[in-house]
Design a binder for this molecule. Sequence first.
Ligand SMILES: Cc1cc2nc3c(=O)[nH]c(=O)nc-3n(C[C@H](O)[C@H](O)[C@H](O)COP(=O)(O)O)c2cc1C
Length: 314
Amino acid sequence: MPHDRVAKTIGELRALTDKPFNVNFFCHARPKVDAEREERWQGRLSPYYDELGVDRHSASRLDLPPFDDATCTVVEKARPAVVSFHFGLPEPALLARVKAAGCRVMSSATTVAEAIWLEAHGVDVVIAQGYEAGGHRATFLATDFNEAVSSQSGGLALIPQVVDAVRVPVVAAGAIADGRGIAAAFALGAAGVQIGTAYLLCPEAATPPLHRDALGHARPDTTVLTNVLTGRPARVHTNRFVREAGPMSDAVSDFPLPLGVLTPLRAKAEDRGSGAFSPLYAGQGSSLTKEQPAESLTRRLVQEAERRFQQLAS
Ligand SMILES: Cc1cc2nc3c(=O)[nH]c(=O)nc-3n(C[C@H](O)[C@H](O)[C@H](O)COP(=O)(O)O)c2cc1C
């Protein structure tokens, strides 16, 4: 979000609750200007523009600002209890300002090296994001993000090794969708869990109908890691574009430029009831997801986990 929308959204949330909350930001590097590469990727998409009757020039160059001075100022004023980052951390001066504002800082690691780096750079909590997780890989230390996909560990391997490597608490993420997953993460040494996909079917979630439909038909093998939707590897429900252009491609332009190029195609396809060009982020636990209000889902997850712990202890 641009910084003014961050401020507005935090204000709206504050009006709804006096409980602590977590705001989350991406810390990506701005895309390199490489007109030739961008042109080539747009060319790759031309047949789809022709097929859907979309004007190729209707796509705008999408440039999402990373966490910057203006957003940091919003955070300093709002002082949310927790600020989490994806794709590493902002530059040290910005991070120091967030910490000086009294916010607890969390960030995701996909390797032990990233977890150690995050601790050394001052995070209060490391999130261990396993291969199974929905959405973007948090990967930030690898020189080749595409290559890092093939070596990324699943949670069963990653969580205990991260727990052994750092002193700060570790939150486990990836395909945790019921009490069994929560109990397993704690058994591996996690101090908490981060759950994404399991909340996508909640009536409170802004998940669009096409995305809900994909989740409703999910199996353990319906998600895939792809970089062709956004320029960085992310786990999504596979669709026509991911299958045909990817799932991984060396030709894709830098994050987040591919998102902008896809937007008109996605809009046209969605108008026709198709998610063929939409990023339907979801983890490998998708088929465990059930439609349930967020509060009762949260209570169920806690009860199931507690039952599991009692069974394991007896
Ligand atoms: C729809 C969706 C959107 C996500 N967006 C973000 C995001 O904006 N920032 C972030 O740090 N992680 C994001 N994630 C990743 C989650 O933080 C977390 O790693 C993941 O949801 C855990 O795996 P699970 O989805 O299998 O539960 C997203 C995940 C999903 C499914």
